[in-house]
Design a binder for this molecule. Structure first.
Ligand code: MN3
Length: 249
């Protein structure tokens, strides 16, 4: 689960989601393909085994101990190896034999957003996407913690500086009641911080630049109930501003 390419055009996601109601030609570009997901293995005819495709678990962009001590290998083992993987397994079960089996991950998210009767599909598809985006929002210690270039300028003009942007992210991450996500997003020319509950993504028109997972499974083994300490450590030592910069497009 190492050596995945880091350059991932997540930045097109919002446009895809916005356009996705009609599944436009642009939306047909598969997130699977762009993430270099493995091809679905062929299942034996008549096999009663649980479906193993079409969705697969994307590789972690670093080794499972690369974020330690901020995020331990044990946390990654559960968070990536059990939770993230579990969403993939569940989604494959849910789409088996349905129209969703032929869709990209982004298309499943777009087709099920806001539909109460499709909540299970949405939750599992969105959680796969969110987690992949989260892993890429982090970088082994020291590598991306000082923003430069366009993202630095935009943090300055939108928040008044990097520290202020980090404070806004910290506030969103600790202020989210229960499970959810804190996001840095681009809304037109400005950057904003938003929080979402459970598997929800930022609203259409707000392009995700980076995210912090604030579900308890993201930090409880390392920080127990101290979500604020986890968020501060991530912001100070792991957050990858260069990923946000790439996602500006
Ligand atoms: Mn999580």
């Amino acid at each position: 689960m190492t050596d995945a390419p880091r350059t991932i055009p997540f930045s097109r996601r919002s446009a895809l989601l916005t356009a996705a109601a009609g599944l436009t030609a642009a939306a047909v570009t598969t997130l699977r393909g762009r993430l270099a997901f493995a091809a679905a293995p062929a299942s034996a005819p008549g096999s009663a085994a649980a479906p193993t495709g079409p969705f697969t678990l994307p590789a972690l962009p670093y080794k499972d101990d690369a974020l330690a001590p901020v995020i331990s290998a044990q946390t990654i083992g559960f968070h990536y190896g059990k939770h993230h993987k579990g969403y993939v397994t569940k989604l494959n079960e849910l789409v088996a034999g349905t129209e969703y089996a032929g869709m990209t991950l982004e298309q499943v998210v777009a087709a099920t957003t806001g539909k109460a009767d499709k909540a299970a599909l949405f939750n599992n598809a969105a959680q796969i996407w969110n987690h992949t985006f989260y892993w890429h929002s982090l970088k082994p210690a020291g590598a991306g913690v000082v923003p430069t270039g366009r993202i630095k300028d935009k943090l300055q003009s939108s928040f008044g500086g990097v520290d202020e942007a980090k404070k806004a992210l910290h506030q969103a991450a600790t202020g989210q009641f229960g499970s959810g996500w804190a996001w840095l997003v681009a809304a037109g020319d400005k950057l904003e911080v938003v929080k979402t509950g459970n598997a929800e993504l930022p609203a259409a028109g707000k392009k995700p630049l980076l995210t912090i997972d604030v579900w308890e499974h993201a930090y409880y083994l390392d920080y127990q109930n101290k979500r604020a300490d986890y968020v501060q450590a991530v912001l100070d030592k792991l957050i990858d501003w260069s990923f946000a910069d790439k996602n500006l497009g």
